[in-house]
Ligand binder design. Structure first.
Ligand SMILES: Nc1ncnc2c1ncn2[C@@H]1O[C@H](COP(=O)(O)OP(=O)(O)OP(=O)(O)O)[C@@H](O)[C@H]1O
Length: 481
């Protein structure tokens, strides 16, 4: 039976055979909605809006209600007096307490205005055209705007997602959203299930160069785990963790890598002066670091010397680890056991470009050992690199913290900041060449990349630092101990 040519064959449609027309077709009947239902729906929505309006916009509703009440009771004269008094009060508030006025009045009024004029007005067309509206049974579902908050530099639009969609759909369309709402960029921050925030900058807070930040007054004022090196896009200080981390700064030539290195060193010079921190510098280009040579406990520019310096650092680190074994788990910087920062400008010179294979191998081994074992015993590698590809530096994942300055290609963003960083708005390949020192970082505790700018430490600043703080660092020769 099963072998018969008919068995099972009746139901199999051969790929080339035409689909037969159905003799009988079942379709859902179309029933016209009675007008009364439509009217009831509209009325229900209108009443709901009236009830919710005072809850959603209490200040605006109170203002309009009070104005109407005063007009009804006291006519135009009363209304004019009321508004004159209110305006004078606002004027005094603005002049006397400008920041509180800005936070409580100006930015809130701006948020209400932009919510309706920019976001509500363009929401449907932008989302439909960019493919973020969902369709189901011939009905269209749009993510909802839950609120708009304005800060001094950006609008944050809180959005409730349509059930069954994922934040990744927004992350893949940041360019469409930015253009759609007339913003220079858009970043997506996921706050919880079906809850995300779209951040649209209104102006660039990092457009102007930042002068070198003040040097802390004393070594006690230096927090090696949070050195201020510049500013974040929201105006907050950008702090770089060196103690307990390794930092890789990547950017094309002229991207401003030097300003990240020098800002970090500037923030810790009192500790260098007191001898609780040391800088071991490798400067293959002989341009970037040679200026502040007096600040360094060790310095090398030639390849052979540089590799020896790295191997000395490994020996010192291992010696310290041996002394700590079983006795101490956390490194506390002291004159005896200073925090050692190995600064490596253009690390690829040693790991990829040097013609001698032995130099490349030794340099790579030493960097790998320092980055994988140095954190807990107070050794940190602070490196700069132009090209982040694996062939150039296959150790890049041993650096827990990375800074992406201006990059050549879009694909390099995820190489530096990790997968998905570009989708979340870290467009390091689109940074304006006229903005050196601008880049993206991932701050602790948040997967969303943050745009930052390093302060610019000029040659004069370096001269001053070198003459004021040099010579005091007690170079403890750990290898000898
Ligand atoms: N943070 C900054 N703010 C303003 N201008 C900066 C900043 N950083 C660098 N610049 C300017 O950009 C120029 C190039 O910077 P820098 O030499 O640090 O780049 P780089 O990435 O180290 O380049 P290279 O890899 O070629 O050494 C500097 O001479 C300076 O004029």
């Amino acid at each position: 039976m099963l072998r018969s040519s008919k068995a099972g064959g009746d139901h199999v449609q051969r790929p080339t055979a035409p689909v037969p027309a159905q003799a009988v077709r079942f379709t859902t009947p179309v029933v016209e909605t009675p007008g009364i239902f439509i009217l009831t729906g509209w009325l229900w929505r209108f009443l709901r809006m009236l009830v919710l309006l005072p809850i959603q916009f209490p200040v605006s509703v109170a203002t309009v209600t009070a104005s109407v009440a005063v007009y009804v009771v006291f006519d135009w004269v009363g209304l004019t007096v009321l508004w004159t008094v209110v305006d004078l009060g606002l004027l005094v508030w603005w002049r006397r307490w400008p920041s509180s006025f800005k936070a409580r009045v100006a930015l809130r009024a701006l948020a209400t205005w932009r919510r309706f004029w920019i976001y509500r007005r363009h929401w449907q067309p932008v989302l439909v055209v960019s493919g973020l509206a969902e369709s189901y049974l011939e009905r269209q579902y749009l993510p909802q705007i839950r609120g708009v908050v304005c800060s001094a530099w950006a609008d944050r639009v809180r959005v409730k997602l349509v059930a069954g969609t994922a934040p990744a759909e927004f992350e893949h369309r940041v360019a469409e959203l930015a253009h759609g709402f007339g913003a220079p960029s858009c970043r997506v921050e996921v706050r919880g299930p079906r809850d995300l925030v779209l951040e649209f900058p209104r102006r660039d807070m990092l457009a102007d160069p930042i002068d070198a930040l003040p040097v802390p007054d004393s070594p006690e004022g230096v927090d090696l785990a949070a050195l201020p090196v510049g500013r974040c896009e929201d105006g907050q200080p950008w702090r770089l963790r060196l103690h307990g981390a390794h930092v890789l700064t990547v950017g094309v030539t002229g991207a401003g890598k030097g300003s990240v290195l020098w800002s970090a060193l500037r923030a810790m010079v009192p500790a260098i002066h007191a001898g609780t921190a040391q800088v071991w510098a490798i400067d293959p280009k002989r341009m970037e670091l040679s200026y502040g040579r007096a600040l360094f406990a060790r310095y090398a520019d030639a390849a052979e010397e540089a590799v020896e310096l790295l191997e000395e650092a490994v020996a010192a680190m291992q010696d310290r680890a041996q002394r700590y074994a079983g006795r101490q788990r956390v490194h506390v910087p002291s004159v005896r056991d200073p925090f050692v920062v190995v600064v490596l400008d253009e690390v690829a010179f040693l790991t990829a470009y040097h013609p001698e294979r032995d130099i490349r191998r030794r340099a790579e081994n030493a960097i790998a050992t320092l980055t994988s074992q140095g954190r807990s015993v107070g050794f940190c590698v602070l490196a700069a690199l132009q090209d982040p590809r694996k062939e150039v530096l296959n150790l890049r994942n041993l650096f827990p913290d990375k800074v992406a300055l201006r990059l050549d290609e879009a694909s390099q963003v995820d190489m530096v900041l990790g997968e998905g960083a570009r989708d979340r708005g870290a467009n390091a390949h689109l940074i304006d060449p006229g903005l050196p020192g601008v880049g993206f970082v991932k701050l602790e505790g948040s997967p969303a990349p943050v745009r930052v700018r390093a302060a610019f430490v000029t040659d004069t600043d370096i001269d001053h630092m070198a003459s004021r703080y040099s010579g005091a660092s007690s170079v403890s020769d750990e290898v000898a101990r």
